[in-house]
Design a protein around this ligand. Structure first.
Ligand code: ATP
Ligand code: SF4
Ligand code: MG
Length: 357
């Protein structure tokens, strides 16, 4: 993996939080995949902050770059991918800020941070558990990697953590293999593994996709409860705005490798400023603020290898203005209302619910 080291700047950009309020500030992150199809800019100048002790949800259609953003934070991007720009400043509770983008690939600090101060629940949770080791083995291994505990102390901690995530009979579970547990129970084990190091930042990438609907609600409730009890900050990746409405404090909406809107959840869901956010909301009647629905978002997401001029959303946007939205560089993020930012040239002209004929 190649990175472009960045220098730490004392001043925060205007659209990100000050270090005292944020656990992570990502600024201008760019990730490119060099493929036979061409150069794919999967993440193309993404900036956001995860507020300390709160939950930021990153939403957007499949392929918009959510997982690539998450993998970048933990520096898990593999070839043919490269982080080609930006900074990712992590502000530990104690100690100096660390620009994760500037660390060398094999920096020992990265190994300490992964699964320690920052942990992740991956999009494919079962991949996080080895089928050939017991739950106890895997949990104790995770504990002993980051904490100086004896075997019996690690075992006690594992039992306590399994109990904490709602697994009945936790001591007996330690000797079981993942295949002996239901999908929901396995996901609780994965969450226990992610939380066992008492992380300051939890990244949860679509943590419930493999589960049925009732279990999904329980697991999301568990993540939220643990966040409150352990004071964790969470970056939740999802394409489900219903989950965002119930769980998150802040939301960032991603389209084609860029954040197009972000702000407090209530504000963004009630008064969306970007036509793409409006389109996403229109497909959720329960969340739409009026009965006048926008049409479903027309067209397909363009290929990442085609870098269109102007606003990346213009080929699909019902409000696109020829000669304005399809020229020049993509619109910059601008303040729309208190805490709400939008990357749309016409945000102040568009009336929600009114689509040009
Ligand atoms: N290893 C890779 N090689 C080439 N392209 C990749 C690679 N990983 C991701 N991409 C491309 O980067 C883009 C973003 O992918 P990413 O997995 O981040 O999307 P996502 O928003 O997480 O989607 P989903 O909701 O389906 O999980 C996609 O176009 C994908 O094809
Ligand atoms: S800038 Fe133009 S094309 Fe882009 S979202 Fe706004 S109105 Fe639509
Ligand atoms: Mg993904």
């Amino acid at each position: 993996m190649t990175t472009t080291p960045t220098t730490m700047t004392p001043a925060c950009p205007p659209d990100t939080l000050a270090s005292s309020d944020a656990v992570l500030t990502v600024d201008g992150l760019r990730v490119r995949f060099d493929t036979e199809e061409g150069q794919l800019y999967a993440v193309d100048g993404v900036s956001f902050s995860v507020p300390r002790g709160k939950m930021l949800a990153l939403v957007g259609e499949s392929g918009c770059g959510k997982s690539t953003t998450a993998y970048s934070i933990l520096r898990l991007i593999q070839k043919p991918g490269h982080i080609i720009g930006g900074s990712m400043r992590f502000f530990p509770r104690d100690g100096h800020p660390i620009d994760l983008a500037a660390l060398r690939d094999k920096d020992p600090l990265l190994y300490r941070i992964r699964g320690g101060a920052i942990s992740m629940i991956f999009q494919e949770p079962m991949a996080a558990l080895s089928p050939v080791y017991t739950i106890g083995n895997q949990l104790c291994e995770a504990i002993r990697l980051h904490q100086h505990l004896s075997r019996s102390q690690a075992r006690q901690r594992a039992i306590a953590m399994l109990g904490h995530v709602g697994i009945p009979g936790p001591a007996a579970r330690l000797s079981q293999y993942p295949f002996e547990l239901s999908g929901g129970m396995c996901q609780r084990v994965v969450i226990a593994m992610a939380m066992i190091g008492n992380p300051q930042l939890l990244i949860a990438d679509e943590p419930t996709t493999a589960l049925d609907v009732t279990i999904q609600a329980q697991v999301m409730g568990l993540i939220k409860r643990l966040q409150g009890e352990m004071g964790t900050s969470t970056l939740l990746i999802t394409h489900n705005l219903g989950v965002v409405a119930q769980m998150a404090d802040e939301v960032a909406v991603m389209y084609l490798g860029r954040i197009v809107e972000r702000g407090p959840v209530r504000q963004v869901l009630k008064h969306p400023a970007h036509p793409y956010t409006m389109g996403l909301l229109a497909s959720l009647p329960g969340l739409a603020r009026s009965k006048a629905k926008l049409p479903a978002i027309a067209g397909a997401v363009p290929s990442l290898s085609q870098r269109l001029p102007g606003c990346p959303f213009h080929p699909r946007c019902p409000h696109a203005q020829p000669g304005r939205c399809d020229i020049g560089t993509p619109p910059a993020m601008q303040s729309f209302s208190a805490g709400q930012y939008v990357a749309c040239l016409r945000a102040n002209e568009i009336q929600p619910g009114k689509v040009p004929q």
